[in-house]
Each structure stands twice: as C-alpha cells, then as structure tokens.
Design a protein around this ligand. Structure first.
Ligand SMILES: [Cu+2]
Length: 375
C-alpha cells in the first residue's frame, strides 16, 4: 500500500513536470500573421517586431506569402534574431527583409513570445518643391493563429461614388479552406448568390473589390453601407480596407468573430448534386421549382476532377462553371430567374469519364408575385 502510494506520488510529479514543460512552450509559442503588405509602385509596408523577454534573445522565423491564392506551403523562411527588450525596425519590410517585391502577407513564428505590427501606406508623389510629401496609410495588426475563425463578419463597409472597399483573406492552414461568403447591402439584404472561394494552403487573397464576394450582384445594389460574413471549414483571417475616393484616406477593418447562426435563407430548398464519372445526379429532382424560388445546390464531387455549370433558359450561367477536385463539397445558391429549360453539365473535357455528365430540368407555372414578400 505504502509503496504504491509513493509510486503514485512520483508518477504524479512526473506528470506535473511534463505538464509544466508543455505549458511553458505552448503558452509562448506564437504563429503570427500580418494579413497584407507589399512593395509595389508607391505602396510600402513597415514592420516592427518586439521581444518582451528581459532575459532572452529570441529567434523568429519570417515567411513571405505572396498574394494570388497560390499554395505557399513550400516557401522558405528567414530567421530574425530579436534581442531582449528590443524592437527591430523593418522599413519597407518586403524589400529589406525578404529582398522581394509585390503584395504579400507575412507569417512570423517562434517558440518564444513576441509582438509584431505593420503599417501599410502609399507614398505621396514627390514634387520639385517638396521632396518629402509624406505618406497615407493604415495599421495592420499582427494576428496570432488563434485569432483565425471559421465564422467571421466584416462590418462598416462602403462602396459608392464616395467610397470603395476591398476585402482580403489569409488561409493559415496547411490544407485548403473552403470559404462561403455572403454579402449584405444597406438594407441588410443578402445580395446576389452566395459565393464559395477555395483558398490554397497558406494562400493569400490580396485586396479584392467587395462585389467579388458574391455572384450575380445586380448593378443597382446599394452598398453605401454594407457588410460581409463568411463560413469556412478551416479557421481563416480576413480584413477589409475602406478607402475614401476623394482623399484616398484608408481605414483598416479587422474581421470580428460571427458567433451567430450562419444565415440560412428562409424558404431555400436544398438539392444534393453528385458529380461522379459518367453522371450527374440531382436529388430530389428539381421538377417542382418555380420562378423566384431560392435554391441551394449542395455539390459533392467524387472520383475525378469534375466541373459544374448550370445555364438558364436564355443560355447565361445561373451557376458559373468551375472545376472541383474529388472530395470537395461546395454550396451554390441561386434564385430561379425565369421559366424555361435549365441545362447543367460537367465543364471538364467532354470525353472519357466526363461523357454523359449533363442533364436538364424545366421550370414552369410561376407562382412568384413580384409585389409579394421579398426574397
Ligand atoms: Cu466531369
């Protein structure tokens, strides 16, 4: 009994010691992202990095992640040594630290604690009377990977004759992230069709116009006040940049977590669409659809790289053609625009396994009353 007790105490001590060690590394391990920066034209980014330790110089691995939503998994990192209680200055960081150019996010990781921030700005044009006319820019926070979210919202967005808004995102994962964006107008109404963007591993989407985050956006949509939300299968980082067209004054808007239920479309009907070799099946059959119905095509891709496009009666795409890889699940939303015959087909080459991957359905007898409830 007594021996057993001593052993248990020893075992407990061992566990405590390893737990302490685990926490010591886990608490201070940091993986920080600066979502956008660059060195192109008049655009620059200055980075600062601070080591809070009073006893230890630290090493930080810095990796440049170029925009373009490309797979950045195999980028080489550069090691920065940050002395204790010092802030290192990297003006024009993309050039001074990475000897590079273009737009990019920056990943910083260390087994120790550190703080990193960035200021991005446009250099104002120098003239013969003024060779130091200054800069106009915004602050970019260094966000730890723990700040990445599967549901996020960007508010206080504006796009009109007075303002424009760009949205950007970073996938801080070694796997692809499938992100479904929803865009809302001044009346808090969902605009156009929900859009799913697949972000490559460590892929970075540079600043992209607000209206690119939905499909089928009507030209008269009112974004003088707007917001956007996303739901993702992997935690991501996103931000918006709102620019005053008259003065070019920019405002950086970090994302907030969206703790609500992902917006569902009241009355939307979901159809399971399966793309597999030699066939496309839609279940249940979309034979009862009416003009004005809201529809979600829940697309599952099997066996091969298959594409999908749905064309309306006038021949224009209701779901734009795109090619997906096996295992992908993508939701495409649309509002049935008119009566007539809808054609769907695989957009990959029409031979081999893609033979026979097409079909059609009819929409007739509309019950949609334009004076009735708004969809
Ligand atoms: Cu196919």
């Amino acid at each position: 009994m007594r021996r057993k007790g001593v052993l248990s105490v020893m075992r407990l001590r061992l566990i405590s010691i390893s737990a302490l060690f685990f926490f010591a590394t886990a608490v201070f391990a940091k993986d920080v992202y600066l979502s956008i920066g660059g060195s192109v034209g008049v655009f620059r980014a200055d980075m600062r990095i601070f080591n809070p330790s009073s006893t230890k110089d630290i090493e930080v691995q810095a990796t440049l992640l170029p925009v373009g939503n490309i797979d950045n998994s195999s980028r080489q990192s550069t090691t920065i040594m940050v002395p204790k209680r010092q802030m290192l200055d990297y003006d024009d960081v993309v050039t001074s630290l990475f000897n590079s150019s273009g737009l990019a996010a920056i990943r910083l990781s260390s087994s120790d604690d550190f703080v990193a921030t960035e200021r991005i700005y446009a250099q104002q044009g120098a003239t013969s009377c003024n060779d130091n006319p200054g800069t106009l820019g915004q602050f970019v926070p260094g966000l730890d990977i723990s700040a990445a979210k599967k549901q996020g919202v960007l508010i206080q967005l504006k796009k009109s004759d007075k303002y424009r808004t760009n949205i950007g995102a970073v996938n801080p994962n070694a796997t692809a992230a499938n992100v479904t964006w929803r865009l809302y107008d001044k009346n808090n109404a969902l605009v156009g069709s929900v859009k799913t963007i697949t972000y490559a591993p460590f892929g970075v989407q540079g600043p992209t116009s607000l209206t690119s985050f939905a499909d089928n956006v009507p030209g008269n949509a009112d974004f003088s006040d707007a917001w956007a939300s996303f739901v993702s299968d992997q935690p991501i980082l996103a931000y918006a940049s709102v620019i005053d067209n008259a003065t070019t004054d920019p405002t950086f808007i970090p994302m907030s977590e969206d703790t609500g239920v992902p917006p569902t479309q009241s009355g939307a009907t979901t159809f399971n669409v399966t793309l597999q070799n030699f066939s496309i099946t839609i279940s249940p059959a979309p034979s009862t659809l009416k003009v004005g119905d809201q529809v979600i095509f829940h697309i599952t891709v099997l066996e091969s790289n298959h594409g999908f496009e749905l064309d309306g009666p006038n021949g224009s795409a209701v779901i734009a053609g795109a090619i997906f890889s096996p295992g992908m699940i993508v939701d495409k939303t649309f509002t049935v625009p008119s009566q007539g015959t809808y054609n769907y087909f695989c957009t990959n080459s029409g031979c081999g396994a893609h033979t026979g991957m097409s079909g059609s359905f009819n929409v007739g007898n509309p019950t949609y009353d334009p004076g009735g409830p708004h969809y």
